[in-house]
Every structure is written in structure tokens, then in C-alpha cells.
Design a protein around this ligand. Sequence first.
Ligand code: TIU
Length: 243
Amino acid sequence: MKKNTPLLIDAEPYPFEFSPAACALLIIDMQRDFLEPGGFGEMLGNDVSQLRRTIEPNQRLLATWRANHLQVLHTREGHRPDLTDLPPVKKIRGRSKTTIGDAGPMGRILVRGEDGHDIIPELYPLPAEPVIDKPGKGAFYSTDLHSILQHLGIRQLIVTGVTTEVCVNTTVREANDRGYDCLVPADCVGSYFPEFHDAGLKMIKAQGGIFGWVSDSSKILAALAYSVRRLQKTKPTKPRKKP
Ligand code: TIU
């Protein structure tokens, strides 16, 4: 694939012009505590199948990004073991019996280093893929994500992960204000609440793409496959020897 040749991805509200070399796949918070049966999300009464349907499409996108040597980054929501970066209001809001920092089914909830805080095995980061540990919902707040993206020459983001209306939406809004183009593939993001998922996507693409674009992973993969086929067709053939 020619990484500097722009491609068009079928998207809403209009096609997304995509420059592979400048476009990172940013996978938000695909953590065991949010997605795994028996994790914190399920313990709170949430239907984790709404999130688990995103695993396969994310795996396909991730495999394609890796195969084409494009940039991948992962995020994890969580806090320092001493909880000094946890706003007291975040700890007590929700009035749940068990909150961040308490013992949960897979270790202390949303605490760095605990099993539940880590990324699910199906999408586990490779050593060369930056993992951004974020204390908030947005991936830019109180992290080095913006500097890393600038050093890598990234101007566009394919944002996937969970949950659509919380960490994905907050990150897309933060990215938009910092000058990034964001495309969200609907099948690669999920929410415990289908109606919030739908509204979260509508909010991104409304008003001419006020925060970004919405598409589907199949359309992203189709655009990349087309670019590879086009390149194969246009490869110079060896001049024929004269008889
Ligand atoms: N990653 C993320 O979205 N964190 C959340 O807490 N999401 C909820 O929907 N609760």
C-alpha cells in the first residue's frame, strides 16, 4: 500500500479522505473490567454482550493496521494505586457499594496493574504500540497522547472501543478541538445502552460532521483493499525482450 496516497472511505455525512501514513487506529478502553463476563461492568448489572460484539470487527481492523505497518495506539481508563489522581467526585458519584479502587472481581477496580484494568487478550497491544493510561474519560486529558501523535505526524484518527457515548465520544470531541479528523466505525464501538450508542454516533456526524465522520469497518477495509489492488495493477512490468 502507498501510505501517502489519500483514499476515500464511504462515510457519513460525506466521504472521509484518508491518508494512511497520517492516520492512527486509536482503540479506546477495551479493558477486561468493561468487557468480560464477571467483570466490574457486568457486576453493575450491565449487558456486556453489547460491548463484546465490537471485539471481532476491532480484531479485523487491528490486523489490517498491523499488516500494513500503520500506527496503532491503545488507551486504558484507570488510576494510580494510591488513587491520588482520582477526583473525589468520581469516587463517590453513582453511590454504588463498590467503587473505583475497591476490590472487584478482577482486582482493584480501574487501578493500574490490576487484571481487570488490562486490555482484553483478543486485542492485546504489541510492545511497539503505545498504551495511553488515562485518568479521565477523554484520552487527551492529563495524558501525553497529543505530543505522541504530533511526533508521529498523525493528523487523523480512526477511533474505536468503548463506550460510544462516554470515552469514545469524549475523546472524539477532544481530538476535534486539537485539529484531528476523526472517523468512528459504528460496528467497532459499543455501549451498554443501545439508544445512547445510536445518539452518540448521530451527535458526531450531525451538522455536517461537527465532531467527525461515522462509517463501518467493512468500508475502511474495502478502501484499503482497493488501494492495494490499484497499486498491484499499476506496478511497472518488466519491458519485454525483443525477439
Ligand atoms: N471507557 C469508558 O467509556 N468508561 C466508562 O466509564 N464508560 C461507561 O459507560 N461507564
